[in-house]
Design a protein around this ligand. Structure first.
Ligand code: GLU
Length: 443
């Protein structure tokens, strides 16, 4: 059976790198195994979910190259959840509770004061019909709890290994609020069942939901999927990444101009036993994906590391990979191959574009020398051998060598102290521009 996985963000904020990592690993696993990758928008919280966040999540995933095979919105599936809730009520697993938040809080405090775990005491199950009638008459609307089985729930987590939780240590989770809206737990399980999800790959913050969810799968007559809980990323200093604060948001990272494969390369390997290095395609990352490489330590997301990867990626990127992002009119492969090794950021390409194809004020150290060099420029066509032949002629004619020979030529031709090799730049600058610059003209 081919795996079916889902990435299930709530559209209540911007995606941050932690979410992107979960999305990426879902998709890598799906592609590595010939499986299906579903994007599920968990938008049952009508107050906090927003259409613009749903859009930006999809934009961010597209930018990363993480296309999905199927898109689902929970807000369109409320009937399915209501049907499942009906079945659970009929089997006695979903029960009405009338406590107010204040009453629950008070009870919790009493339990803690007595040194007891603050687990819901199931008082609602003991209500007499009169009590219920009284609450209803008062206008109280019940919320609904799932009655957990008080036994050990076990699963073999793909990342955490054999895991277990005892139902008796957990409060019966509320599945439906007093206003009739669904909390995350039931819709998630219903969808996982109906979409045939085989692996739930998500952050470790959901580990405590797993035992109740496994019981829900069973209560709804389904076999639970496999689970993989990934340790949450922290910032370089160990601080949490919050999507609502926008810290480490994909939108901000995109705005810095980094290449999505730099981010994918980093996110795919953080927290694994693989070395972090640049990969040019998702297919390479898919081929390297394996659960047994994932550890349980807290991976740190360091933006400086991302920048290093981005620079490395740029130094080896093909023209096709960057053409659109360069934003330079008429840009060509020869130019890209000549300058890529010297860039720290893609945006720096623009200054070399000016050197090669646009107008530039030269820096003249010694006008007589550069004028003599200009006179020795060979006629075009030029290639990578031109620089060597020309500077050899200049050396013979002027007796200069080393820095005294090369430095004034570089300054005149490029206006800069450093940069890509002149043997690759010179043919791009071309005869007329080179000559004019050596003569001190802006050209
Ligand atoms: N909407 C949930 C979240 O964003 C999904 C959790 C899950 O993958 O089950 O945390």
């Amino acid at each position: 059976m081919n795996p079916i996985v889902r990435f299930a963000p709530s559209p209540t904020g911007l995606l941050h790198v932690g979410n992107a990592r979960v999305a990426l690993l879902n998709r890598l696993f799906a592609r590595a195994t010939g499986g299906v990758f579903i994007l599920r928008l968990d938008d049952t919280d009508l107050e906090r979910s927003r259409a613009e966040y749903a859009e930006s999540i999809q934009d961010d995933l597209r930018w990363l190259g993480l296309s999905w095979d199927r898109l689902e919105r929970q807000s369109a599936r409320l009937d399915a959840y209501a049907a499942a809730a009906g079945r659970l009520k009929a089997s006695g697993r979903l029960y009405a509770c009338y406590e107010t938040p204040d009453e629950l809080e008070l009870r919790r405090k009493v339990q803690l004061g007595r040194g007891l775990p603050p687990v819901y005491d199931r008082a609602a199950l003991k209500l007499a019909p009169d009590d219920i009638a009284r609450y209803e008459a008062e206008g109280r609307k019940p919320h609904w709890r799932f009655k957990l089985g008080h036994d050990e729930v076990r699963w073999d987590d793909c990342v955490r290994g054999p895991s277990h939780y005892h139902g008796a240590n957990l409060s019966d989770p509320v599945l439906i609020r007093g206003d009739g809206s669904f909390l995350y737990t039931l819709p998630s399980v219903v969808d996982d069942i109906e979409f045939g999800v085989t692996h739930v790959i998500r952050g470790e913050d959901h580990v405590t939901n797993t035992a109740p969810q496994i019981q829900l799968f069973q209560a709804l007559g389904a076999v639970p999927p496999a689970f993989a809980h990934l340790p949450l990323l922290t910032g370089a200093g160990g601080e949490g990444l919050s999507k609502r604060l926008g810290s480490g948001s994909l939108r901000d990272l995109r705005a810095t101009g980094i290449h999505p494969m730099a981010l994918n390369s980093l996110l795919a390997k953080l927290g694994t036993s693989d070395a972090i290095d640049i990969r040019h395609t998702l297919a390479e990352l898919e081929a390297e994906f394996a659960w047994d490489k994932f550890g349980r330590g807290t991976p740190k997301f360091d933006e400086a590391e991302l920048e290093r990867l981005d620079a490395r990626l740029m130094h080896t990127a093909s023209f096709a990979e960057v053409r659109d992002r360069l934003g330079l009119d008429g840009v060509d492969e020869e130019f890209w191959l000549a300058v890529r090794g010297n860039l720290n950021h893609l945006a720096e390409a623009e200054q070399w574009w000016a050197v090669c194809r646009q107008i530039l004020a030269p820096v003249i150290e010694d006008g007589d020398f550069t004028a003599a060099a200009a006179a020795l420029l060979p006629p075009e066509p030029w290639d990578h051998a031109t620089w060597g032949a020309w500077t050899e002629a200049v050396k013979q004619a002027t007796g200069r060598k080393g820095k005294a020979l090369f430095h004034p030529l570089r300054l005149a031709l490029t206006g800069r102290e450093n940069g890509p090799e002149l043997k690759t730049l010179l043919p791009l600058v071309g005869h007329d521009r080179a000559r004019a610059r050596l003569l001190g003209e802006t050209a």
